[in-house]
Design a protein around this ligand. Structure first.
Ligand code: ACO
Length: 338
């Protein structure tokens, strides 16, 4: 009887069983940007901490980056594309309005048994997608899910606008999510919320049903990222801290218990300000924005991948992922690395 009770109450968790990332080979440095707009390496380094970012060549789309990261993640998990039964692609720059990039990716990698869809949550795309997929996997609705965060931000950046063009880059990361056989390992908790009133502070005004593409929208450059940088900055610092605090408190943890913070990479200043308020030392915070810029849904898997590669994230380590993005969207995931 006791045994049955225990079995019934056993928590089934999902875990990340492999990770991979991909950025296109072409590099856009601050020196390159100095030749395009009135900016300087000093300004960019001081305000956001970006040295260079990777940019696709013409004709390369989000699914192309996603494909490279996905095939590697699947291989690292010891699987074949046909083993994947669910694909969730977080992106703000899908190949086309429709079909979804998940459909394009499914065909490109030959995941013949997978269904899936795209998820739009801007810079919180990966944390939201990981939340959704891990719940589906834990509940038994998927055995092996592929979660991708991928963006070709260069396709919606105005390279004549110095206030935005220095910030973003292109890149993709992918993870395979499966059930964990150890209930102490895997996705432990999540905390997601949105503040829809923040929409106008960071958006691409045209190209959707509100303002379909027209000669006027193109002339007015409305198919590019527009942002009120200071509003975004203040919201990001406050809520990066807030979402981490909520997760820590709910799990009776303090910042000391966290081995590594893997934040969305929008700005070194945002990340360090939030970390300082949380009392997390710099060496527990993954920052790779200097090499990649803000790749939107790609930043967290790119940062996770770096942390695994440099040995900072190993089995059993407690990691906190945190994101703030357009919407506004805010996300946090607590996990013990598998
Ligand atoms: N190079 C040189 N000067 C610049 C540049 C540039 N690339 N961009 C703006 N400036 C100038 C401005 O024109 C302004 O000049 P002025 O005083 O003569 O008018 C001056 O620098 C200061 O501009 P601010 O906008 O006040 O600069 P701020 O200190 O706020 O920094 C920044 C701007 C870096 C965008 C900051 O607000 C920020 O980091 N915001 C967060 C934005 C963000 O991260 N967005 C990404 C997506 S959202 C997310 O991921 C959380």
């Amino acid at each position: 009887m006791v045994t049955t009770d225990r079995l019934l109450r056993k928590t089934v968790r999902a875990k990340i069983s492999s990770i991979a990332a991909y950025v296109p080979p072409r590099v856009l440095t601050n020196a390159d940007l100095e030749r395009m707009v009135d900016t300087s390496d000093e300004w960019i380094m001081q305000r956001v901490g970006i040295r260079e970012r990777h940019i696709v060549d013409p004709g390369v789309a989000t699914s192309d980056l996603a494909k490279e990261a996905s095939l590697l993640a699947i291989q690292k998990a010891g699987l074949k594309p046909d083993d994947i039964d669910f694909i969730l692609v977080a992106t703000t720059t899908p190949d086309t309005m429709f079909p979804s990039t998940a459909c394009v990716l499914q065909a490109k990698i030959g995941a013949h048994h997978a269904w899936g869809y795209d998820l739009v949550a801007a810079c919180s795309g990966f944390t939201y997608a990981l939340t959704a997929a891990s719940q589906l996997v834990a509940a038994g609705g998927s055995r092996r899910a592929l979660v991708v965060g991928a963006d070709v931000m260069s396709s919606i950046i105005d390279y004549t606008d110095r206030t935005t063009c220095v910030l973003f880059g292109d890149g993709a990361g992918a993870v395979v999510v499966e059930q964990s056989d150890d209930d102490g390992i895997g996705i432990l908790d999540f905390e997601n919320y949105i503040d829809g009133n923040g929409g106008p502070a960071l958006c691409m005004p045209a190209g959707g049903s509100r303002q379909p593409a027209s000669r006027e929208t193109v002339d007015q450059r409305l198919h590019y990222v527009k942002q009120d940088g200071q509003t975004v900055f203040k919201f990001a610092v406050r809520n990066m801290e807030e979402v981490c605090r909520r997760i820590l408190e709910r799990n009776n943890l303090t910042a000391n218990d966290i081995d590594i913070l893997v934040p969305h990479q929008a700005s070194g200043r945002i990340i360090l300000a939030a970390a300082e308020k949380l009392g997390l030392p710099r060496d527990k915070v993954v920052i790779n924005i200097d090499r990649f810029g803000n790749t939107t849904a790609g930043t967290i898997p790119l940062a996770l991948n770096d942390a695994v590669a440099d040995g900072r994230l190993t089995r059993g380590k407690l990691a906190l992922l945190a994101s703030v993005g357009a919407g506004f969207t805010v996300g946090g995931v607590l996990l013990r690395w598998a």
